[in-house]
Unconditional design. Structure first.
Lengths: 279, 292
């Protein structure tokens, strides 16, 4: 029982369909507390849908979903409330939960903003800030409720490269301080490699788990200097591009295949055997 | 890829440093923009002064006889007289009461209907299509119908005002609710706003406020126009400003006609510019939906 309760998220044989469209199929995934897990896969592979299911925003059509603890979520866009300044945006969740005095709410919101280095902008409104600042505020808004699980849906996908790497570093710093369970959806392999303890690869739609890798490289990471990381990267890349090609083929005319110069060797079909692959 | 754990904050800057007052208004660009903004009222005032002068000159040279084009002085004289003999102010009060009643009914009805249309696809496909169609019907077309239903009385006038402004408000509110980003609702749900009164009070209502205000403004314009049409066609009722305008025509008194046009225009503009516009602009600025 102790082992079970240490799991933050347990999905077993989860499938999600929207009418005739099958978004995800037969997903079985167990995430222990405190692990930083990235979900990666081609666009439309159901990774965001899966995150919504864990968040409780969507219902699984099949299978069981067990989430141990409260989850906070950060979306691709900050989705801040434009009529509230940053502090009031961050304290929104506390207001909704109730039970705290106004002064206490304000103090906690200020503290959460300090954690993402936005104290100076507590009185600013979202439209006055850059995309990166807004995204940090969205992170503070999720953190202020002190959830044990942080669900992140391509949170840095809309940012420029520089802002992106800054926010990745900042997120890691927060994670190392708080050791929350993080489920992080991204389409960037490098982002997943830089951040996570574990990378779960989903196939083209309907999304299935086709790869599950532990990343044990020390942080901060750099695939250019860490050869083991580089090896994992090329392995993942081969598998990922196979899935991406599947999507591309479905989105092109049937004669598109002719343009591919040479038939490629598909990666090993059952990469799940690699669970726990140590690098 | 930068991998420092303590990122240099200098790479990120607020897009508009409004929050730091020491940085505002010091740049050359904002200075020249300020000057352009200051000149604007000057140009507008000059335009209207020139228009007024033109009227005055044309009237003074008697190109048309005074009963067709009275001078600004004659119109001013009429306005002063009508204020003194106590016809103008009660008429304004009567019209204001009528338009207020009709407008409030339209506002409540339009808001409820607009929210309902935005939330229910079936309602929108049925009732919504009728609303779009009826919106293009000039409100005075409801008057004959109102006369037969209610008779020539206040109810008929009220009906015309409500029908005139209801649909504009409905469509604005519907658009406002539809424009709420789905992500905003998901974020609100994740933060515990639920789907009941909390969500309405803290998320949905503030989110539609900018669209709602512009709907209120449009609804007002339609309500005021509808009332004027109705008053022009209903002589036996209590005297409103529209009746005075029609009296001017009956008496062949061009000063009265022009004077009443000025009054009706001024009242409509007053409510729009002095009441609605500043609120709408302040909200748009705060919400960041306007490049202010």
């Amino acid at each position: 029982m102790t082992v079970v309760s240490a799991d933050a998220i347990r999905l077993s044989e989860v499938g999600v369909s929207f009418g005739p469209v099958e978004a995800a199929r037969d997903i079985t995934l167990t995430i222990p507390s405190g692990q930083f897990v990235s979900l990666i896969g081609p666009s439309g592979c159901g990774k965001s849908t899966l995150l919504s299911v864990v968040a409780g925003l969507e219902k699984a059509s099949r299978g069981t979903v067990a989430v141990n603890g409260q989850a906070g979520m950060v979306f691709q866009e900050a989705a801040l409330f434009p009529w509230r300044n940053l502090r009031d945006n961050v304290s929104f969740g506390l207001e909704m939960r109730g039970g705290l005095s106004k002064a206490e709410q304000k103090a906690r919101a200020s503290e959460a903003l300090r954690q993402v280095h936005l104290s100076r902008f507590a009185d600013s409104y979202p439209h006055q800030l850059s995309g990166g600042m807004r995204q940090r505020a969205a992170l503070a808004r999720a953190l202020v409720l002190d959830p044990s699980i942080l669900l992140m849906d391509e949170p840095f996908g809309a940012l420029d490269a520089q802002t992106r790497s800054l926010l990745q570093a900042e997120l890691l710093a927060v994670w190392e301080r708080t050791r929350k369970t993080v489920l992080f959806v991204t389409h960037s392999l490098d982002e997943a490699l830089f951040l996570s303890d574990r990378i779960v690869l989903l196939s083209a739609r309907p999304g299935r788990v086709v790869g599950d890798y532990l990343v044990n490289a020390p942080r901060p990471r750099d695939p250019r200097t860490d050869s083991a990381l580089a090896a994992l990267r090329s392995r993942l890349l081969a598998q990922l591009s196979h899935e991406i090609e599947t999507v591309a083929r479905a989105e092109h005319d049937t004669d598109w295949q002719a343009e591919i110069d040479a038939p490629r060797t598909p990666p090993e079909p059952q990469a799940r055997e690699n669970i726990g692959a140590d690098i | 890829m930068s991998q420092t754990l303590t990122p240099a904050p200098s790479l990120e800057r607020p897009r508009k440093p409004i929050s730091s007052p020491e940085e505002t208004g010091v740049r050359a660009t904002s200075g020249s923009r300020n000057r352009a903004a200051l000149l604007r009222p000057v140009r507008i005032t000059l335009f209207y002064l020139a228009l007024f002068a033109l009227w005055w000159i044309v009237a003074a040279r008697q190109i048309w006889p005074p009963y067709l084009l009275p001078s600004p002085g004659d119109v001013g004289l009429f306005l002063r007289e009508s204020l003194k003999d106590g016809t103008l102010l009660p008429a304004i009060a009567t019209s204001a009461a009528r338009v207020f009643t009709g407008y409030v009914i339209a506002l409540v009805g339009g808001t409820v209907l607009g929210v309902a249309l935005a939330r229910s696809r079936m309602l929108d496909e049925t009732v919504g299509s009728a609303v779009v169609g009826l919106q293009s019907l000039p409100s005075i077309c409801w008057f004959p119908l109102a006369l037969i239903w209610f008779g020539l009385n206040e109810k008929a006038v009220l009906f015309v005002i409500v029908m005139g402004s209801l649909f504009a408000i409905t469509l604005a509110v519907k658009a406002g609710v539809r424009q709420i980003p789905p992500l905003t609702l998901r974020a609100a749900r994740m933060l515990g706003a639920g789907s009941g009164p909390k969500l309405w009070r803290h998320v949905l209502l503030p989110a539609i406020l900018p669209a709602f205000l512009s709907g209120m403004r449009q609804g007002w314009a339609f309500a005021w126009r509808s009332l004027m049409s109705a008053e022009l066609l209903s002589q036996s009722l209590k005297i409103g400003v529209g009746h005075l305008l029609n009296n001017g025509r009956d008496l062949n008194d061009m000063s009265m006609v022009l004077g009443m046009i000025v009054i009706i225009l001024a009242l409509g503009l007053f409510v729009d510019r002095v009441l609605f516009f500043p609120i709408e602009r302040a909200v748009a600025r705060r919400w960041g939906v306007e490049g202010a």
